[in-house]
Design a protein. Structure first.
Ligand code: SF4
Ligand code: SF4
Length: 666
């Protein structure tokens, strides 16, 4: 007996034609569903997007992150990651197997008389298909267990569609094995032991005679065929659509076509009559597509500092609420009231620290802050509706060019006793962009002094702008005041160009990000270094010799705009490793998962309600038994010092900027 099997065995003489008919109906329904969805995506504003640019990177990213699950199997995501892996790969292998069956039966057999599903290949094929089906069932059971039994906090919005999808997929898999079992029970070839799940399923037919087995098999075969095609149709009308949208979004967003830290400029800003977005149609089609790519996995919510401290913001909910609004709008429901305060609350919008943890940790790279900033722009510029503290911030920046309202006369006070050159008076290789906080905040002035000392000891040619330095504009831009940002930033770019500045060093990650990523939109293309990068370079080149001086347990807090946003993780750690004398402990939430201090997105200039983000971070540092918290951002330093005081840990803990330690260690 030749090893193999008869395709469409027991399906009846019409089986083949009925299958074709269902296949055609399936793909027509699927096409119509996708066509409707496509029209829905297009209610967004058209924006240029060159998919072909970076095409190979996009495909490579999808293969790595989508097919091989790199982003889905991230650290700490073992259970949901493997759950998805089993379902995805189980189905992928089953789909390939089904395609091979169809290819043989409808093409190679008919055209060339060639059948490859026989002999040893057939045995291996049968084994792997059963294994794939088994793993897919395990994956589905894991998903059910998680969604309906253990119910982690981030899975807080079960919908009927979730259950329908899981049960439907399970039914397809189980009936597939029952059909296989029926065929094996009826035909009884010994080699079918390789179809090991079907082999055991055959035992379920033991009470039936041959005719009964064949009848049961035929009924199940048709049932399995219909629900399998039905499941394919259901993709276009259910959460299963993420198979398509999430995959595409990985390619659209996973490979970033603009710097991660830059905020998109307002097109035709000077002639625009309204700024920001308060109607769903105001978002771009790419932003709308993001909404449809969201799988409601909740990873963003788990890593959101605002959500962790009980603010009324969950990035997942924000995306889902906007998605609901989009679906209503696409169905013709008019929202005359607008999104803000009706779909998304103002406090929700202002709770965001712009830390980008949601976006970077989203398995399908969905940005949240890009939507938030559009609504902040609407509030700030179109409605002029901001809190009194924001009004004061804007006034200070308008009249004194710094958030404190202290003015330019005090910008050089930190230099007292130091011989610091002015880049406005003489030519220097590097401009040290001090930033408002290190120029004007008493505690942070120590950073400016320490870093200047390091530069001087290394013999670096540098100077500062002093009174000519103005805020970089980050607090304006990230709170939605694009108009004022634009004025300030344009002036800064002009001045830097006039002075012939090519290389800039700064100790503030927010200034770093703005100078490097935002200013490029205004024609300001400078070589920008963060002081951690620069000090690591000086140490590696032997221009500074760092001795280990820091006793006890040292830890490092990744500033969001240095680490996650601009991917500078290793240089600060290199420097910390050189200065530590005792031990170093990595915090559980570090690198891309670093937890925000609470100061970004303009939040440092606003009152914080609910629990405090810096307290949450400090609890982690206390648990790590850290004595010295090293950071590399003026905002983070303020937040960490406040938290140490609030937690009454001043006797055993201190927070320092990395430059302060280096200055003492050389
Ligand atoms: S950017 Fe940060 S604070 Fe804002 S929603 Fe995302 S994770 Fe939350
Ligand atoms: S935005 Fe991303 S991380 Fe958040 S729920 Fe959606 S898919 Fe998951």
């Amino acid at each position: 007996m030749e090893i193999g099997r008869e395709i469409l065995w027991n399906a009846g003489s019409w089986g083949r034609y009925i299958t074709y008919l269902f296949m055609v109906i399936t793909f027509v329904c699927l096409f119509l569903g996708l066509k409707k969805r496509y029209a829905m995506w297009k209610i967004g504003q058209s924006v240029p997007f060159d998919f072909k640019s970076l095409l190979w990177q996009r495909i490579g990213y999808f293969i790595k992150s989508g097919i091989f699950h790199k982003t889905i199997l991230r650290k700490g995501e073992g259970f949901p990651g493997w759950m998805h892996f089993f379902i995805f790969w189980g189905f992928l292998i089953l789909a390939i197997g089904t395609a091979l069956v169809a290819l043989q039966d409808d093409f190679t057999r008919l055209v060339f008389g060639w059948e490859y599903l026989k002999g040893d290949f057939y045995l291996g094929f049968s084994f792997f298909l059963d294994l794939a089906g088994l793993f897919a069932i395990i994956g589905i059971l894991m998903a059910m267990w998680r969604r309906y039994v253990t119910r982690p906090q981030r899975i807080d919005d079960n919908k009927p569609d979730d259950l329908i999808c899981l049960v439907w997929i399970l039914a397809v898999l189980v009936t597939g094995f029952l059909v296989e079992g029926g065929r094996i029970a009826a035909t009884k070839p010994d080699y079918e032991v390789w179809s090991f799940v079907g082999w055991y399923a055959a035992a379920l037919y033991s009470g039936l005679d041959q005719a009964g087995i064949e009848m049961a098999h035929r009924v199940l075969w048709y049932f399995h065929m219909i629900i399998s095609f039905g499941l394919i149709v259901y993709i276009a009308y259910s959460r299963l659509l993420h198979i398509i949208t999430s995959s595409l979004n990985m390619m659209f967003r996973g490979v970033e076509d603009s710097p991660r830290g830059a905020i998109a400029a307002i097109p035709d800003f000077e002639n625009a009559e309204e700024f920001g977005v308060n109607a769903i149609e105001g978002f771009s089609w790419r932003q709308i597509f993001d909404l449809d790519a969201c799988t409601r996995c909740g990873r963003c919510q788990d890593r959101c500092p605002a959500h962790a401290t009980e603010k009324p913001l969950s990035p997942k909910k924000l995306i889902q609420d906007l998605k609901g609004e989009w679906e209503r709008a696409a169905a013709g429901v008019k929202n005359e009231e607008g999104i803000i305060d009706n779909v998304i609350g103002e406090e929700t919008l202002w709770s965001c620290t712009a830390c980008l943890s949601c976006q970077v940790n989203c398995p399908v790279s969905i940005p949240t802050f890009d939507k938030n900033i559009e609504m902040r722009r609407y509030l700030t510029m179109t409605l002029s509706k901001v809190s009194s503290e924001m009004k004061l911030l804007y006034k200070n920046l308008q009249t004194r060019f710094d958030p404190y309202g202290m003015g330019k006369s005090q910008r050089l006070e930190w230099t007292e006793g130091l011989d610091i050159k002015k880049a406005t008076d003489e030519e220097v290789e590097y401009l040290y962009w001090v930033g408002c906080v290190a120029s004007l905040d008493d505690r942070n002035r120590k950073i400016a002094r320490a870093f200047s000392t390091v530069l001087q000891k290394a013999g670096v040619s540098f100077g500062v702008l002093g009174p000519e330095e103005k805020c970089c504009g980050d607090p304006l831009r990230r709170t939605g005041n694009e108009y004022q940002y634009y004025e300030l930033a344009e002036g800064n770019v002009e001045l830097l160009k006039e002075l012939g500045i090519k290389k800039i060093i700064t100790a503030c990650p927010h200034c770093y990000n703005t100078l490097k990523n935002d200013y490029a939109q205004l024609g300001g293309n400078f070589e920008v270094y963060h002081h951690t990068e620069f000090m690591a370079k000086l140490a590696r080149e032997g221009k500074i010799k760092i001795s280990p001086t820091v006793e006890g347990v040292t830890t490092y807090h990744d500033p969001c705009y240095l680490g996650r946003v601009n991917r500078i993780f290793d240089d600060p750690r290199d420097v910390v490793n050189r200065v530590k004398k005792g031990s170093f402990v990595e915090l559980p939430r570090s690198f891309d998962e670093g937890f925000c201090c609470g100061g970004g997105g303009g939040r440092i200039w606003m009152e914080e309600h609910h629990l405090r983000i810096n307290h949450n971070r400090m609890d982690e540092m206390i648990a790590a038994k850290a004595n010295t918290v090293v950071t590399a951002c003026p905002y983070c330093l303020i937040m960490m010092e406040d938290a140490i005081k609030d937690k009454e840990k001043s006797e055993t803990m201190k927070a320092l900027d990395i430059s302060e330690i280096v200055a003492k260690s050389i």
